[in-house]
Unconditional design. Structure first.
Lengths: 270, 406
């Protein structure tokens, strides 16, 4: 799709979510996708994002991610909420306990606590279909029950742009709905859009230093850089046009065991 | 050009395998994905399957069938494609419709071994209802019938008969013999079927032209914001063009006004085209669900309309009230009369004026609605299709055959 069409569709989804839900929030990892989603929210609302921005802090993020977060939050005047699972952090939960356990405790459970506290009924999330096979199966509006479960075997009918704003399967209660405004974007689209828009800030970790760059940002212990010489946005766009390497190849939590992503997401992982 | 393609057909006729093959042959698959699938196949003691690129749920691998729809993007020499796989099992028709609703073009996959089956029929009936006019047919698994022309012709005749009965002009439809498993006539011309002179599947898709029909302006209102003291109405141009200074009527609110300005973030526009999500300043209050159009050809609010729908929820009774969504409107709506209950597999009328319909039934229905802008699906499809909602769940979908104005 043309960037214009991608953008229009995203803005439509963001405005639908804002109209349909009482208390939405948007998740921001500081990575390229969620920063682009925030830029799209700013466009949808003519500058100021009218709901909180949540950053899940595992305590294991790269120093550059924290710096970037605080700088951009200030610049864009965000209502920033930092979600941390303090109990798990105090107990010293980390990747040594298993990546599945660590992601669930420090990300999923941190988010659960944050939702409990603030009562958000919708979460905007910048996942994309082409990132991972499991994410490709998502709906634009995707319901979650009180235990955060994703009932992937019984997803809502979602035809044309008629999203289901409430309701899960029989006997289940939807506590919140995941809203995916850039589900239809590819990795290359994101970078081409960043190149076109100019005003979208990019974490410097994406640019190559000493023959390596990060292609996907996560927690420091579980994220590794790829071989690359792309030092500018233009060079990243060029690299992605021809690469045969998967985007999340540097993300360890996808690979610890088979169907890890499905298992994480069934429990409410992003 | 961007083309949305959906693959439909009966379970196990090879839809996922065919898409996997398209992705593989167009070199859209990353090395790591191939390694992952090889590992997976070993772990689960299965042979390497192209379908595993799409069937990414563990359940799908174990059950050896697609459960949920999935859309993937790839590029040929000519076009960008968003290609959608849908499950071929009756249990997952809801997911099939979700996947098919955005398609410009459909590829019907029929196994040359098995020929037309239940979901071959149901999928085609539903596609016809959704207004998907461009269809290609592939006779798959030609490898399993020794690439024999006679077998292909037999299946082709079967399918022609079916498509004819649903109102498709079969002499304009291309039938392609393929083997998704072996890669015959998908991306590369097969040397094993010299008797076939037509294009490969990708050749056929690359030849698609998308019809652009001139339509009147329809602008759906999503919301109203106040930005630095200024009131901005936001929404989408569903059809036609919107220009600054246009005289516009909004229905059902009945407000007539002039477009003062067209706003996007940090910018003002002179005009907006179909698909554009914009803000407008009009000096009047309109509400979510309203539809705007140029006064000379403005939308009308209806209190009743006649539609064809398919039900995916348990049942729907005459006299019952459901919620109906069309454009951004959400209204209460009574099932005033069910005229015909239709078998969604065969397209045949099973009962006239029934008291109720059940899961997977199609029906023609008279809806009595709160004032709602609807258009004939044949004229402005963007506002001629609707979703029915019961207990907050989307339970069915349909198209407007005719509006009865108040």
């Amino acid at each position: 799709m043309e960037l214009k069409d991608l953008e229009n569709r995203s803005i439509f989804i963001i405005r639908e979510a804002y109209a349909e839900f009482e208390n939405p929030a948007v998740l921001w990892s500081t990575g390229k996708d969620s920063t682009t989603a925030l830029a799209l929210c700013r466009k949808a609302f003519f500058g100021k994002i009218p709901f909180p921005v949540i950053h899940i802090d595992t305590g294991y993020k790269f120093k550059q991610m924290y710096e970037f977060r605080d700088r951009i939050a200030e610049e864009w005047g965000m209502d920033l909420i930092i979600a941390r699972n303090e109990d798990a952090m105090k107990a010293g939960v980390g990747p040594k306990d298993g990546k599945f356990e660590c992601c669930t405790a420090l990300k999923t459970e941190a988010l659960m606590k944050c939702l409990d506290k603030h009562g958000f009924d919708a979460l905007l999330l910048a996942i994309r279909r082409d990132e991972h096979g499991i994410r490709a199966k998502e709906r634009v509006f995707s319901p979650r029950d009180e235990a955060f479960r994703w009932n992937y075997r019984d997803q809502p009918l979602e035809m044309w742009d008629q999203y289901q704003a409430q309701g899960q399967s029989e006997n289940d209660v939807t506590i919140h709905t995941r809203v995916h405004p850039i589900l239809h974007w590819r990795e290359l689209d994101v970078w081409e859009y960043i190149k076109q828009e100019k005003g979208i800030p990019v974490n410097p970790m994406y640019f190559a230093k000493g023959g390596k760059r990060y292609r996907s940002l996560g927690c420091e212990p579980c994220t590794s850089p790829i071989d690359s010489d792309a030092k500018t946005i233009e060079e990243i766009v060029e690299e992605l046009r021809t690469t045969k390497i998967a985007e999340r190849s540097g993300r360890a939590q996808d690979k610890e065991k088979t169907f890890m992503m499905q298992k994480l997401r069934a429990l409410g992982y992003m | 050009m961007n083309v949305n393609v959906v693959l439909v057909g009966h379970v196990d006729h090879g839809k996922s395998t065919l898409i996997g093959r398209l992705l593989y042959d167009s070199e859209s698959i990353k090395d790591e994905q191939i390694e992952e699938i090889q590992k997976l196949a070993e772990e689960y003691k299965r042979r390497f399957e192209f379908a595993y690129f799409l069937d990414s749920f563990e359940d799908e691998l174990k059950e050896e069938r697609t459960i949920d729809t999935v859309s993937l993007m790839f590029k040929s020499k000519l076009n960008y494609y968003t290609i959608t796989d849908v499950p071929g099992h009756k249990e997952f028709i809801k997911n099939m419709l979700t996947g098919a609703s955005h398609a410009d073009v459909a590829v019907l996959v029929v196994s040359a071994e098995e020929g037309v089956q239940e979901q071959t029929r149901r999928h085609m009936f539903l596609l016809k209802m959704l207004g998907i006019k461009q269809v290609f047919v592939v006779g798959n698994k030609m490898d399993a019938v020794d690439y024999k022309k006679e077998r292909f012709e037999t299946v082709k005749n079967q399918i022609s008969e079916l498509l004819n009965s649903f109102g498709y002009a079969t002499d304009e439809i291309l039938f392609i013999p393929v083997s998704a498993m072996e890669g015959d006539n998908i991306y590369k011309k097969s040397e094993r079927m010299e008797w076939y002179n037509g294009p490969t599947l990708i050749g056929a898709l690359d030849g698609v032209t998308l019809e652009v029909k001139e339509k009147p302006l329809r602008f759906v209102v999503q919301d109203g914001y106040e930005v630095e003291g200024e009131k901005i109405v936001v929404g989408r141009v569903e059809s036609g063009m919107l220009r600054k200074g246009d005289e516009v009527t909004f229905e059902p609110s009945g407000i007539r006004t002039k477009i003062g300005g067209i706003k996007v973030f940090e910018d003002e526009l002179e005009e907006a085209a179909t698909g554009d999500c914009i803000g407008i300043t009009i000096g009047e209050e309109v509400k979510r669900g309203d539809v705007g159009g140029i006064v000379e050809n403005s939308p009308k609010a209806a209190n009743e309309f006649y539609g064809e729908a398919v039900l995916l929820g348990k049942d729907l009774k005459k006299g019952e009230t459901v919620e109906l969504r069309c454009g951004t409107a959400k209204v209460r709506c009574e099932i005033k009369e069910i005229k015909e209950k239709i078998d969604s597999e065969t397209g045949e009328v099973i009962e006239k004026y029934p008291k109720e319909i059940n899961e997977h039934d199609a029906a023609t229905i008279v809806f009595a609605t709160e004032p709602l802008v609807v258009e004939k699906f044949a004229e402005i499809p963007e506002l001629g299709r609707f979703v029915m909602v019961k207990d907050n769940k989307n339970i069915g979908a349909g198209v407007v055959l005719d509006a009865i104005l108040s």
